[in-house]
Design a protein around this ligand. Structure first.
Ligand code: TMP
Length: 215
């Protein structure tokens, strides 16, 4: 174990290149935790959407609040295009070079948001993304689960982007989708509660990943 800021970093991750995704609702602290974890294991930190120049342009379209009639299928395909470029340009080369990759969101966000949230067929989305990724899915997914009242507070703000403004029922389905996927694939997913200080949540993530990766 390597020690960083009072919490232990899983040695298996330091030694073997892995593709690790952080998932969760907006405002769950996922980006902070992904950055912190990536730094602690010397990993490449990246993100979906927007992890490449092409992805940044696609992200601008996806988040544009002046767009009010984007079809869910179009949304899913734009996210898949971002992902195809991201894996081609960032994730696969980093893994090939022996680096661990920590990604703030992944294919599982498409399954949660466009599948469970927008009610597109999850199996079809899996298959589209199997093609888009060339079959490279995260080795591990850290799901930062957020209490419902925290999400409700977040959604009551003004200046919401297109996804945040999609309504409570949409976000309830998204969270339920993440929970369903985590429960269905416990070898790949670890669930950590967003409740607690940044250091406490980081400690839980390290412990959960160490347990999972050292099996
Ligand atoms: P972010 O703020 O964590 O970058 O997330 C941006 C939004 O994009 C968030 O509401 C989730 C959404 N999203 C999808 O709907 N599908 C996807 O495939 C991805 C990667 C993100």
């Amino acid at each position: 174990m390597r020690r960083t800021g009072g919490s232990s970093v899983p040695s298996a991750i330091v030694q073997t290149p892995r593709y690790i995704a952080f998932e969760g609702a907006e405002g769950c602290g996922k980006s902070t935790q992904a950055a912190r974890f990536a730094e602690s294991v010397g990993a490449i930190l990246t993100r979906e959407t927007g992890g490449t120049d092409i992805g940044q342009r696609l992200r601008t379209i996806l988040h544009d609040t002046s767009v009010d009639d984007m079809s869910p299928r179009s949304e899913a395909l734009i996210a898949a295009a971002d992902r195809a470029q991201h894996l081609h340009e960032v994730v696969r080369p980093a893994l090939d070079a022996g680096r661990t990759v920590v990604s703030d969101r992944s294919v599982h966000s498409t399954l949660a948001y466009q599948g469970y949230g927008r009610k597109l067929n999850v199996e079809i989305l899996r298959s589209i993304n199997e093609w888009a990724t060339g079959g490279l899915w995260p080795d591990a997914v850290v799901f930062i689960d957020t209490p419902d009242d925290v999400i409700a507070e977040r959604m009551s703000r003004r200046n919401l982007d297109r996804f945040e403004a999609a309504g409570d029922a949409f976000h309830d389905r998204v969270i339920a989708g993440f929970r369903t996927m985590a429960a269905a694939d416990p070898e790949r997913w670890v669930t950590v509660s967003a409740v607690g200080s940044i250091t406490e949540v980081a400690g839980q993530i390290n412990a959960a990943l160490a347990e999972r990766m050292n099996r």
